[in-house]
Design a protein around this ligand. Structure first.
Ligand code: SF4
Ligand code: SF4
Length: 431
């Protein structure tokens, strides 16, 4: 794609990078076929190709209506399906970041929109606040019919039930393996909203790693990766959360070696793996951020590296798992077959639903901010999951697990099944 930036504009690092990315796009439109928002609305401006064109107009200062461009950028799920499809290697992820940063500086969102985004980011990225808000949501939910449409939509995406608050990461902790000597020492991202909604995921992760001879370090400061704030367009909050997490792990690395930093939510994993890029111009944290990213692994990548260990063949026998690959897993981190292979090794029969490359509509806080598109995609995903006929649905990202909760089969985290098959308890949702 041709660009028309001035020399002065190209002196800005963001514009120079955007120019490089834009010039790779040949406008072929292959990406439109796999873009979920384009499938729902049929509007070219809701396709990757259309958005790339809008971003160029915005950055060049030639957008006819920056509000319209901002609106279509807001409707992008950042699912990155377009990056998997694009034959030219267009780095849509970083281009969209630049476009959104620019849009945030040049347009002022309506007050209510800003308020909702602020509340969602501030509350959901803090474990205790998230828990209190979800408790309140469960009380208010029966009255959602008389509440404003956007509030009702937010209530709809809150989980219907959640057990107890996960205390993992409430303080610095090390979960030691009983095996001596330990085979490895890893840090685990404790997470923010996940600890308020599903404590079983961290518990299964730690149990499985300990059983495999791995010590697990959880640092209080490394809880929120910053992805929620980043997706909510609050770059200041995202930067603060990311910096805090990078510092907490860097302090740990100064004290003792870590073999890996494991992440059990693929949306967070995509963000942590990108810290090195996000902080590359930061004079104080660039080196540490790059180190953290180089150590970051999805939990399935780490389990594959050390081996699953002995399994109980009676657990998976006769059970079919429909594996849903989160967009952040398959498009963001390009991890496609590994979780399915591990589930197969654990004794389950594994299949994928139709349209497995299409987003479920969760996408961080997108389901609360763009309920119409999100609900369309949710219905489509659940219909495909139900048609697959699996006994259990497994996924590696809490947002998707929550979004797909209406499927006929119970939806659990992949790690809960791997833990179960290797000696852990049966997942709560299957009991
Ligand atoms: S597939 Fe790639 S090159 Fe083609 S329009 Fe989409 S982003 Fe551009
Ligand atoms: S990130 Fe997803 S929603 Fe956004 S343009 Fe690409 S394919 Fe479409």
């Amino acid at each position: 794609m041709q660009t028309r930036f001035t020399e002065e504009q190209l002196a800005t690092p963001d514009i120079a990078r955007a120019d490089d990315i834009l010039r790779k796009c040949v406008h072929c439109g292959f990406c439109t076929a796999t873009c979920p928002t384009y499938l729902v609305t049929g509007d070219e401006r809701d396709s990757p190709r259309g958005r790339i064109w809008l971003i160029r107009e915005l950055l060049e200062g030639k957008a006819e209506d920056p509000e319209v461009a901002g609106h279509h950028l807001d409707r992008c799920l950042t699912c990155l399906s377009c990056m998997s499809t694009c034959p030219s290697g267009v780095d849509y992820m970083h281009l969209a970041d630049i476009g959104r940063r620019h849009a945030a500086q040049t347009r002022k969102r309506p007050y209510f929109d800003r308020l909702i985004r602020k509340v969602l980011v501030e509350v959901l990225s803090r474990r205790m606040l998230a828990y209190i808000m979800l408790l309140l949501a469960s009380f208010i939910r029966p009255f959602s019919g008389i509440l404003p449409r956007r509030i009702a939509a937010m209530l709809k995406v809150a989980p219907a039930s959640f057990p107890r608050l996960d205390r993992t990461g409430a303080k610095d902790n090390i979960f030691y393996t009983t095996k001596t000597p330990a085979r490895a020492r890893v840090a685990m991202l404790a997470g923010c909203a996940q600890r308020a909604i599903d404590p079983d995921i961290n518990a299964a992760t730690i149990r499985l790693l300990n059983r495999l001879g791995v010590d697990v370090v959880v640092r209080k400061g490394a809880s929120c990766c910053g992805a929620l704030a980043h997706h909510g367009g609050d770059e200041t909050a995202a930067h603060d959360r990311m910096s805090e997490t990078i510092r907490a792990w860097s302090n740990e690395l100064r004290y003792r070696k870590l073999d890996a930093i494991v992440v059990n939510a693929s949306g967070c994993g995509t963000t942590v793996k990108d810290y090195g890029d996000a902080f590359r111009h930061d004079s104080t944290l660039a080196e540490e951020a790059a180190k953290i990213s180089s150590l970051a692994l999805d939990i399935t990548e780490f389990i594959d590296r050390i081996g699953l260990g002995p399994i109980d063949p009676t657990v998976g026998e006769g059970k079919t798992v429909t594996y849903h690959s989160a967009c952040s897993m398959q498009h963001g981190q390009r991890i496609r077959s590994l979780p399915k292979e591990l589930l197969g090794k654990a004794g389950f029969s594994v299949r994928e639903p139709a349209e497995s490359h299409i987003c479920c509509g969760s996408a961080g806080i997108y389901n609360a901010l763009q309920p119409e598109i999100s609900q369309d995609l949710q219905k489509r995903k659940i219909a495909n999951l139900d048609a697959s006929g699996g006994d259990i649905v497994a996924a590696g990202n809490l947002g998707c697990i929550n979004q797909m909760a209406g499927a006929k089969a119970p939806v659990v985290h992949t790690i809960e099944l791997l833990d179960w098959a290797t000696g852990g308890p049966k997942p709560r949702k299957l009991r």
